[in-house]
Design a protein around this ligand. Structure first.
Ligand code: GLY
Length: 593
């Protein structure tokens, strides 16, 4: 099945069942709790799960571009060595925001898998979380899956977006590809290449805090993720995702550029697959506004490009490799993602520059590395050598480690980190440390007792409500919590509202409004007059004049974004912003000064 056919079939199925079709979000997520890259379809919907914004639709479906290259979701070490892992892939999904839950999500997934796309129901296995009797009962009683093909799993059936954020138990559907692919025993005990997971139904109901604890989500829902390329592989019975239409075209291009053929030996096959995968990852990352650099996202991109160049170099390629691969990605994916065609020249230029830069030192760095490994006689490559390769020759540690591993040598990673830390320390002398984060048990209790704050500030500047708590802070101010509020809490770079809260006995000046926890508005306030007591009626009013200034600056960021794209080009993407009453800041990426 071709990728475009499967995208259409999936989305249409859910559209016919009342879901709004939502386009893929960019690979740079915008929510403050999000990890570095968009790693799943649910990420653009985080504000809805957290109750920070009202969902404009109760159910949605999408095809989301995803990158799994850092943090909790990172598939790079498996890449090219298994039949099913990729660092860039497309995720099909359906979502419910407080609408339906397990009782509908499970039968819908079964119907689409078996009746619409044609998976053989007798070869499907499902797993549910250890504690999820409910999901098991739905699979068995409503859908009819025999108990012997339902298994329970712990951590593997608990899905989390990242270190923080929405999470919950999940239930996965797997296809048994037969004994030639590995050990029997079902997905819980058998081989991962035999029982291939192709659809993860997540039941988000918790929020993961930075201290690892969990609290209930304001809005429960459904979040499912189905890897497009895996579905194609399983439906067509191919040996790996690299034989599906889009990736096969890219492997062909990798063969053309390198002059090497698949099937020559295992090392060549792995290298060609890595080139095909990385071609998409680099193209889409640059397209979405990441440029190579030495920090954060830019560094991850740099590693991807340099790793691809190194694999090509290992196959004996002495000339530029990545531009032709990028062109091919645009060629085969440009219909589904038309922005690739618009940005194509820019993407090609960024990638080519990065390859050029690395090629200038690749040969001398490789010689130094060969020499250092040659002198070792097995054992461990000193951290200082890895650091010099990084610092002087631009070899990411990952690349050095891979080359060393091919020669049976390990890298002294601790020594490398120590050399890096020392360099950073020298560069950073004089900075002051940040303040300690405060514990949040009291907030958790408020959420448990009263639920999330009713935010009315899109329509109203003033509301009447009740004081749920007024907690003193060490600096003499108060943190006030109301059942309903017109105060916008700082998020997405926009500052919180200021204003006043008045009760029958006192008056407060609100200095700031922030989220104490997702969905829980905290008013930081100073007592101007009298006192304010828990349980009192309260009148809350924002400084509407100041909010108008904030609104204008918010509009200003959109105008500035438009103007930057006019002047510098369509590659300019917002990376962050600060919207305050008296100024705005707009961060964006651009390759030049
Ligand atoms: N959010 C579901 C998944 O990524 O598997």
């Amino acid at each position: 099945m071709r990728a475009d056919e499967l995208r259409r079939t999936f989305v249409r199925f859910f559209e016919e069942r009342g879901h709004t079709v939502v386009p893929s979000a960019g690979l740079i997520p915008t929510h403050p709790t999000a990890p570095l890259f968009t790693n799943s379809g649910m990420m653009q919907f985080v504000p809805y799960f957290l109750g920070e914004e009202a969902a404009p639709y109760a159910r949605a479906t999408s095809v989301q571009k995803c990158v799994r290259l850092s943090g909790k979701h990172n598939d790079i070490s498996e890449l090219g060595r298994t039949r099913r892992h990729l660092t860039f892939f497309e995720m099909l999904g359906n979502f419910s925001f407080g609408d339906y839950f397990k009782e509908q999500a499970i039968p819908l997934a079964w119907e689409l898998s078996t009746e619409v796309v044609g998976f053989d129901g007798d070869r499907l296995w499902v797993t549910v979380h250890d504690d999820d009797d409910e999901a098991e009962a739905i699979w068995h009683e409503s859908v009819g899956v025999p108990m012997e093909r339902i298994q329970r799993l712990g951590a593997e059936n608990f899905w989390e977006m990242g270190e923080t954020g929405p999470c919950g138990p999940s239930s996965e559907i797997h296809l048994d590809c037969g004994p030639e692919w590995g050990e029997p025993g079902g997905p819980a005990h058998g081989g991962g290449d035999r029982y291939v997971e192709f659809w993860n139904l997540v039941f988000p109901q918790y929020y993961r805090h930075p201290d690892r604890s969990l609290s209930d989500l304001p809005r429960k829902g459904i979040d499912t993720g189905a890897g497009l390329e895996r579905w194609q592989m399983l439906l067509d019975g191919t040996r790996s995702v690299f034989e599906t239409d889009v990736l096969a075209a890219l492997v062909d291009e990798a063969q053309a550029v390198t002059g090497r053929r698949l099937g020559t030996d295992e090392q060549t096959d792995v290298a060609l697959r890595i080139l095909a995968d990385h071609a998409r990852t680099m193209t889409f990352l640059v397209n979405d506004g990441v440029v190579p650099s030495n920090e954060d996202r830019g560094y991850v991109l740099r590693r991807v490009i340099r790793r691809a160049v190194r694999y090509a170099h290992r196959l004996g390629v002495e000339r530029a490799t990545t531009p032709a691969l990028v062109t091919k990605v645009i060629d085969v994916m440009g219909d589904a993602y038309p922005e690739l065609r618009r940005n194509g020249d820019f993407v090609g230029m960024v990638v080519e520059r990065e390859e050029d830069r690395f090629r200038r030192t690749l040969a001398s760095g490789s010689a130094l590395l060969d020499e250092a490994i040659g002198e070792l006689d097995g054992g461990t490559l000193p951290g200082e050598v890895a650091f010099k390769l990084h610092d002087t020759f631009g070899f990411p540690l990952e690349v050095t480690s891979e080359v060393a591993a091919e020669r049976g040598v390990e890298v002294d990673v601790e020594g490398f980190e120590a050399a890096m830390a020392e360099q950073r320390r020298r560069g950073r002398a004089g900075r002051t440390p940040g303040s300690e984060a405060e514990g949040d048990d009291a907030y958790r209790e408020l959420l448990d007792q009263f639920g999330t704050t009713d935010f009315l500030g899109y329509a109203e500047g003033e509301t009447d409500g009740r004081v749920l708590a007024a907690l003193p802070r060490p600096d003499g101010t108060l943190e006030v919590f109301l059942d309903r509020t017109p105060f916008y809490a700082e998020s997405g770079g926009q500052v919180g509202d200021t204003g006043a809260i008045t009760t029958p006995t006192g008056r407060l000046e609100v200095l700031d409004a922030t989220y104490a926890l997702p969905g829980l508005h905290r008013h930081v306030a100073r007592v101007v007059d009298g006192e304010v007591v828990t349980g009192q009626e309260a009148h809350a009013a924002i400084d509407a004049h100041r909010r108008d200034y904030v609104k204008r600056n918010h509009t200003g960021t959109h105008l500035l974004h438009w103007a930057l794209r006019e002047v510098l080009g369509d590659h300019v993407h917002q990376q962050g912003s600060l919207v305050a009453p008296d100024h705005l800041r707009f961060d964006f990426s651009h390759y030049g000064q």
